[in-house]
Design a protein around this ligand. Structure first.
Ligand code: PXL
Length: 289
């Protein structure tokens, strides 16, 4: 694009995630994906870990909850405005409350709040979480314009037993409506399938009552960090103007590409997926190159 057509800042995203030094997830996938999508990322690191907590032992964990109010106050003094506020893994109910206050401070009619209520997978909570965390997340979800839970997180948020699927369209609609009753305006529910051979996402817009399903052929196995990769692709697409339905299908397709590349590389699952190799395709699909 000609330089004279460029004007003003890129759309800004406040990304509120931990930094896990090894094992690609949270900030280390959100930042590169959103930057490659032409969004300016303002990083609010909630904690610094040597690795993520899923599949490693002996990791370090430096909690940064106490730093966050001063971070927010400095950003306020700079009069920063955000197109999106995007939160993911949070370490404690106190941290959830701090992020909730950040959203209240920085939300505006021009801001979309994206909440990935990272809490667990395959029916179980991550080892570092308990009931108090689930209660905290329920409160935070009320503030979401777009909520991005997986099936496990949906079950904990709704306090219903986890069902490993496959699901029916009616069953999915019931879950989506119950989640919408908690407050979020739009929902993208991941880990969804109508049969054993496919997997994808179901999205729901509370305003129209419309549900849409996007699935692709399932790749067996558990791949760490795919929830974060999915949410980041979905946010990128929505911020670049795609509809909810198209953004959801886009994120399903690209996340599957990451998984296929990881299977081909045969790297340990806990190290995360090869999202790097999918960035060029993402940029092409977004019309950026
Ligand atoms: O991918 C979610 C995630 C993010 N951050 C940390 C985690 C996890 C999941 O285990 O441990 C620190």
């Amino acid at each position: 694009m000609a330089l004279e057509k460029l004007h003003g800042p890129l759309p800004r995203v406040a990304a509120i995630h931990d930094i896990s030094g090894f094992g690609k997830c949270s900030m280390t996938v959100a930042l590169p994906i959103l930057s490659a999508a032409g969004l300016e990322v303002c990083c609010m690191p909630t904690a610094v870990l040597s690795t993520h907590t899923g599949g490693f032992e002996g990791f370090t964990y430096r909690d940064l909850t106490e730093d966050l109010p001063a971070f927010a106050a400095h950003w306020k003094s700079l009069d920063l405005k955000f197109s999106a506020i995007y939160s993911g893994f949070l370490g404690s109910p106190q941290q959830v409350a701090t992020v909730s206050a950040f959203i209240d401070d920085f939300n505006s009619p021009d801001t979309l709040v994206y909440i990935d209520p990272v809490m667990g997978d395959r029916g179980v909570l991550y080892s570092v979480f308990d009931d108090a965390m689930v209660r905290g997340m329920r409160e935070l979800c009320k503030k979401a314009d777009v909520l991005l839970p997986n099936m496990t997180e949906a079950a904990f948020l709704l306090d219903v037993p986890y069902d490993e699927g496959p699901y029916t369209e009616d069953g999915l609609l019931k879950i989506l409506k119950a989640l919408a009753d908690m407050g979020p305006k739009k929902i993208v529910l991941t880990g969804v399938s109508l049969d054993v051979d496919t997997v994808g996402a179901a999205c729901y817009d509370a305003k129209t009552g419309e549900m849409s399903l996007s699935t692709e052929a399932n790749v067996p196995g558990q791949f760490h960090g795919t929830g974060d990769v999915f949410a980041s692709f979905c946010l990128a697409a929505l911020e670049r103007g795609m509809t909810l339905k198209d953004a959801s299908a886009f994120a399903v397709a690209l996340t599957r590409q990451c998984i296929l590349r990881t299977v081909a590389r045969d790297t340990p699952r806990r190290e995360g997926v090869d999202f790097e190799g999918v960035l060029p395709e993402m940029m092409v699909r977004l019309g950026l190159v």
